[in-house]
Design a protein around this ligand. Structure first.
Ligand code: ATP
Ligand code: MG
Length: 445
């Protein structure tokens, strides 16, 4: 993308309404625009990152055999009356009527609709196990929408639902989701710690929330510091292997890690004092096993091998896709702006032409630009006719992990400058080597 032709409405001033750094930076970098409380337009740069995050979520879900589909955002109240949640959900549920006076609602989550689709088609245990999921907009009429996309009213969520014959199978599905979530967050450059949580209105006993540690997090968390040494890495997982998935669950949940809702001071005291940590965290996902709560109330049964109808065991599993943008920025920024992890960056590399209009600088920048495109990478080329200071400031603000600076002086010696956004370190090299270096980082060479 050439910056002269892009739509990147960067703000010079810090917006007064933004209380936390991720919200400020998303507004300043022209990623989002608030349309009403907790409701945002996703401007091109924000939309690009949102799509990257979605893509990672899709890939990791599908590796585990989970099947994507799409449900409507507007749902009939009747389905929710069946589960009893139409009344129980409270004021966060946005209720409305259509022109015929039928009660409708904007889905805040979708257990009912997935259960309805399931019961309409699946009749036999032979069709299990089954996990269906979607990435779809949700609406919750939050009392205090705040912190930008962190606590919006309209927000993008991945929600997945497993249907299993037995409790054991459903617990395997739970473990499978835990594994996919660990991988998903790590690919985004985040450490998200599974913590024992409270199930709230969904119901059920087995539930973990995934928390990214950050001072601006809304949850208070208590944990054994050893847990922060764990990484999933790129180990091979066989998602059909029950013991292997159970092993991962045990590895990542055996140390004390809880949110304030389930915190147990006596248990926490058993953690050696030097490893006890109290901090704040951002909830970026949650997994639940809730048994037959919805399948019983909504009649979602299958015939077991004896031909007897039994209600299926279910769980639901959510990732806060749009909230993740805020969480990533909270975890990765400096005083100049955002520092995108390579896995989610909106553009792979920025090219700054120090002297647009200079023949050599224009030509070298163009060549770099085309070389990256040919490799399947997306460069953002600042080809605007303006001073270098402003170009550096915008590039640092939007936070691409790598920058190449092209200027007439360097070109006289046959070099350009490659700068790492995170460390600030720069290195001079030929344009060819610069392309090779960046291509290697993104595994395109
Ligand atoms: P919270 O406790 O933060 O209100 P929740 O536990 O009610 O969230 P879930 O039902 O578990 O949310 O939804 C799954 C994920 O969706 C959450 O882990 C979170 O990352 C995200 N999420 C929930 N509410 C919002 C919101 N208002 N804005 C943005 N993301 C949200
Ligand atoms: Mg939750």
């Amino acid at each position: 993308m050439r910056l002269s032709r892009y739509f990147l409405p960067v703000l010079k001033e810090t917006p007064a309404e933004a209380q936390i750094v991720s919200h400020r930076l998303m507004l300043r970098a022209g990623m989002i625009r608030q349309q009403s409380a907790g409701i945002y337009s996703w401007l091109p740069l924000g939309y690009k990152v949102l799509k990257k995050i979605e893509q990672i979520v899709h890939e990791e879900q599908q590796k585990a055999g989970h099947i994507p589909l799409l449900m409507p955002t507007l749902q009939s109240a009747d389905l929710w009356r069946e589960s009893g949640r139409y009344e129980a959900y409270g004021d966060e549920l946005l209720r409305m009527q259509d022109r015929h006076g039928r009660d409708m609602l904007f889905s805040p989550t979708a257990e009912e609709m997935f259960t309805d689709v399931f019961r309409s088609y699946v009749k036999s245990y032979k069709d299990l196990p089954l996990t269906l999921y979607q990435i779809q907009w949700k609406f919750r009429d939050e009392v205090r929408p705040r912190f930008g996309v962190m606590r919006g009213r309209e927000f993008l969520m991945k929600d997945g639902y497993n249907f299993d014959l037995t409790k054991e199978d459903a617990l395997h599905a739970y473990n499978r989701h835990l594994v996919t979530y660990l991988r998903t967050y790590e690919r985004m450059g985040l450490q998200a710690i599974p913590m024992r949580a409270d199930s709230g209105p969904i119901g059920g006993e087995n539930t973990h929330e995934f928390l990214v540690l950050a001072d601006t997090g809304e949850s208070e968390v208590f944990y054994d510091s050893e847990i922060t040494d764990l990484t999933f890495g790129d180990r091979d997982i066989d998602f059909d292997n029950v013991e292997q998935c159970q092993g991962v669950l045990e590895e990542f949940t055996s140390r004390y890690a809880r949110t304030d809702e389930t915190h147990d001071a006596a248990l926490f005291a058993e953690v050696p004092a030097e490893r006890q940590r109290t901090a704040r965290g951002i909830e970026v996902g949650q997994i639940f096993y809730f048994g037959t709560k919805y399948s019983e109330s909504m009649g979602a049964s299958v015939q077991n091998s004896d031909g007897k109808p039994v209600p299926v065991h279910m769980g639901s599993h959510g990732i806060g896709v749009s909230r993740l943008l805020g969480a990533i920025i909270e975890a990765s920024h400096d005083e100049k702006g955002i520092i995108w992890p390579e896995g989610v960056t909106p553009f792979h590399v920025g090219i700054i032409n120090l002297k647009t209009g200079d023949e050599a600088a224009d030509e070298a920048s163009e060549t770099l630009y085309k070389s990256f495109e040919a490799l399947g990478l997306e460069p953002l080329y600042d080809d605007r006719k303006m001073g270098a200071g402003g170009k550096f400031a915008s590039m640092d603000l939007i936070g691409l992990p790598w920058r190449i600076t092209v200027g007439p002086r360097g070109l006289k010696n046959g070099v350009v400058e490659v700068t790492c956004r995170k460390t600030g370190e720069s290195e001079e090299m030929t344009p060819e080597l610069a392309v090779e270096k960046i291509a290697k980082i993104y595994k395109k060479a």
